[in-house]
Design a protein around this ligand. Structure first.
Ligand code: ADP
Length: 491
């Protein structure tokens, strides 16, 4: 039991181990996880080396035949039970998420953790609804298909939505009868380790879910390389996605990649401007901008440009940056010093490239216990040119690039003129235009007159270099199933 709670405001964490075959085991090395709001070490956790990764894969392989043959209704009940336990422990999990990631407690407590439970419930329902079909094959035959699990799947999780991402991957993988080795990000291992305890408590058989921690270049790379892992499902950055695909090619593993974005948020003059301004602010600053779908490029009709930028500035001026546990805080700490450095680097690039800073533009200086925290002011660049680096590259921080446009054709061309294609939003009261954009935008998700909406039933994933395969929805099941055709001679 690596994590013990006294109350929701004080979390004691004892040295972490690896959850393999239903037991806690030592790793090859020990790492530290840091509270990015204070710079203090929260605790140490284990790193799995090649030996421990191998043990985790072996445990998953041993558990696979029985799990695959477990009645689907029982698999569904276990997932539902896990969701109940997450609900029961909401405060503790939200507290761990906030100290490990730096995000405001209202985000982890009100949104992330309840959403995690909802996703497990959604996939619990799917466990009993996976089936093949009968087909009219040639000759005197009876032909049918079965939808079967892949076997052992490796799930590699990013640090921005640590527990939510565990459910996006574990939910469909387990509902379809796969066994799992899950690796959270080294910046945010705590909620995944807490989840291991709940998985045990829910009654999942040992070895069905193994949770191993460690650096991506060590534990993650070993998992991707392992010859007995059938599939890797990864959410994270484009360069790492590329590495994973290359490495997985050696053993011809199946791969699902959910990568970065540079999502356009497009406001037309006929939109409800107040809603669009709020949407623009939430679209980029929710989650400190550390969201793959963040609306980081704001395309605004020239005729309303000043009105929109002024509206955004007014809302940003009211946003509290600081203590993630303060109820009024809207922007917490970025996840790490490295991430803060990267974001501040992009802010400098924006300035050097000639964009004008109309809000923020620097580190947010704090005092007292937060003096070493990784806080960055919510930053808005105006008059950005679509070819500037801040308009093309994923910053993954609270930095908005405002790009004015003349007309619909220009807006669409700018929106699609990036390598990414994860999400996009359009604000307009012209229903035909809204659907024209829904059709023409190169993105896996299009929001119309809203932004950053998620539901377990709606598939999420990328076009272009934002990846392939889908999380959530019925589509997510496809990534964890393979089809078998069966022929029966009737003559
Ligand atoms: P970011 O760049 O935003 O920190 P990453 O893509 O590096 O995100 O990390 C996402 C996840 O991928 C983390 O769990 C990380 O440990 C893991 N990871 C990083 N590098 C590798 C790698 N070479 N092989 C496998 N997993 C990796």
């Amino acid at each position: 039991m690596p994590i013990v709670t006294e109350d929701s405001s004080k979390i004691q964490v004892s040295p972490g181990q690896l959850f393999i075959g239903g037991k806690w085991q030592n790793g090859a090395d020990t790492l530290e996880t840091i509270n990015p709001a204070t710079g203090e070490v929260i605790t140490t956790f284990a790193e799995a080396g090649s030996r421990e990764v191998d043990s985790a894969v072996k445990a998953a392989r041993e558990a696979f035949p029985a799990w695959r043959d477990t009645p689907p209704a029982k698999r569904g009940k276990l997932l539902w039970k896990l969701a109940d336990l997450i609900g029961r422990d909401r405060e503790r999990l939200a507290t761990l998420e906030t100290i490990d990631n730096g995000k405001p407690y209202f985000e982890s407590g009100k949104i992330d953790i309840p959403f995690t439970a909802e996703i497990f419930r959604y996939f619990a329902g799917w466990a009993t609804k996976i089936h093949g079909s009968t087909l009219p094959a040639r000759g005197a035959t009876f032909a049918y298909t079965r939808r079967e699990p892949l076997g052992v799947v490796g799930l590699i999780i990013p640090w921005n939505l640590p527990l939510v991402m565990c459910s996006w991957k574990l939910g469909p993988a387990l509902a379809t009868g796969n066994t799992c080795v899950l690796k959270p990000a080294e910046q945010t291992p705590l909620t995944a380790l807490a989840l291991a305890d709940l998985i045990k408590e829910a009654g999942f058989p040992d070895g069905v879910v193994n949770i191993i921690t460690g650096r991506g270049t060590v534990t993650g790379a070993e998992l991707v390389k392992h010859p007995d892992v059938n599939k890797i499902s990864f959410t994270g950055s484009v360069p790492v996605g590329r590495e994973i695909m290359k490495s997985a090619a050696e053993t011809l593993k199946k791969v699902t990649l959910e990568l970065g974005g540079k999502s356009p948020n497009i406001i037309f003059a006929d939109a409800n401007i107040d809603s669009a301004i709020k949407g623009a602010v939430n679209g980029i600053f929710y989650g400190k901008g550390e969201l793959c779908c963040a609306g980081s490029r704001l395309l605004v009709d020239k005729s309303i440009h000043t009105q929109v930028v002024d509206g955004i500035k007014a809302l940003v001026a009211k946003m509290q940056v600081g203590d993630p546990f303060d109820k009024k805080t809207r922007i917490g700490a970025l996840v790490s010093k490295e991430q803060m450095k990267k974001v501040l680097g992009y802010i400098n690039i924006g300035k050097e490239d000639g964009a004008s800073v109309v809000a923020g533009g620097a580190r947010a200086e704090m005092s007292g216990e937060f003096a070493n925290g990784c806080f960055v002011q919510p930053t808005v660049f105006d008059n950005v040119n679509e070819n500037m680096r801040i308009a093309r590259e994923e910053i993954f921080g609270p930095v908005l690039a405002v790009i004015p446009f003349e007309n619909e054709d220009e807006a669409l061309a700018i929106a699609n003129n990036v390598d990414f294609g994860l999400a996009a939003a359009v604000w307009t009261s012209d229903i035909s235009r809204a659907h024209r954009f829904a059709d023409k935008l190169e993105a896996g998700t299009v929001w119309i007159n809203t932004i950053n909406m998620f539901d377990p039933a709606l598939p999420f994933g990328g076009f272009k270099q934002s990846g392939f395969g889908r999380d959530l929805g019925e589509d997510a099941l496809d990534g964890y199933l393979q089809t078998k055709s069966i022929w029966v001679n009737l003559s």
